[in-house]
Design a protein around this ligand. Sequence first.
Ligand code: FE2
Ligand code: FE2
Length: 329
Amino acid sequence: MFNQALIQDPDNPTGGEWCGPYLPGARKGEDKVGAPEPGPVGGCIGRAHATMSLNISDRTRRYTSIMLKILMIGDTVGDPGQKAIERVVPGMKKRGEADFVVCNAENTADGAGVTESIAKELFFNGCDVLTIGDHGFDRRKDIEEYIKKEPRVVRLANYPKGVPGSGSCLVECKGYKIGVVHVAGQVFMRYSFSSPFHAADEEIAKLKTAGAKIILVDMHAEATSEKVALSWYLDGRVSAVVGTHTHIPTADERVSENGTACITDLGMTGPYDSVIGRDKTSVIQKFLTQMNVRHAVATKDVRFSGVIIQVDEYSGKAISIERVHRKLQ
Ligand SMILES: [Fe+2]
Ligand SMILES: [Fe+2]
């Protein structure tokens, strides 16, 4: 049985009011069931939902869980991706569908990199933390100084020493400390990063020492096996391990018995009438000729792609993960 969304009146600690659905035929106050669906996300063209049961032993808990809703957004590509964020995220926050938002911004600057002005725009539109992937420093001049003073822009933790910025950050949301870790895979990646497993260990230790109960890991990697392996390596130690980088959303979302939500890739927020965000004709031409061609960012079939993870803020355990994939034009 799921045991969540039990909202208790602080003045009546033994008389909690269940906000979720009841078992068929059950009267109010009797047995209840089901993980309440996160709020409406109209326009979805695909949704899936994985949940786990949470054993809340302290039924007399005076203030029960508010279940933080964490929105994690996949690689956001160019102007179309930025506009998708602008159209979707502020509304989701306003309607209470997302409390905290992590966005992968590595492709926001015309498809490669991120700049200070784009980062500020994304923060303005409701993103709380930006991860910047292996393209993070493609616009080096436009991000290198900013990342030194803006800890919410998180670079890969397993870069060599001396690279500006940090591989994790700690942010408060509704009074709870949330840590975000960003690591790169080693398999099929264009740079030689050090072990993401060891890098994640180090960042998680730092965040836990600083008081983070909820920890979200964005693993930026090509190989699904490497991402799944990291999710099991960190199982029960973090709230979520999600993948970015491939731009292709996967359908393997799950919540482990130990309360870690996982998905191999969040997919792309940007134009799907493309080859992973770029003009399809020029990419096909490159495959045909092996000659380098500049690939413009595509414009059509713009979609918003990510997941909503519900986390029990007391235990830091994930309760559910739901894919959000919305077609915007
Ligand atoms: Fe990307
Ligand atoms: Fe990438």
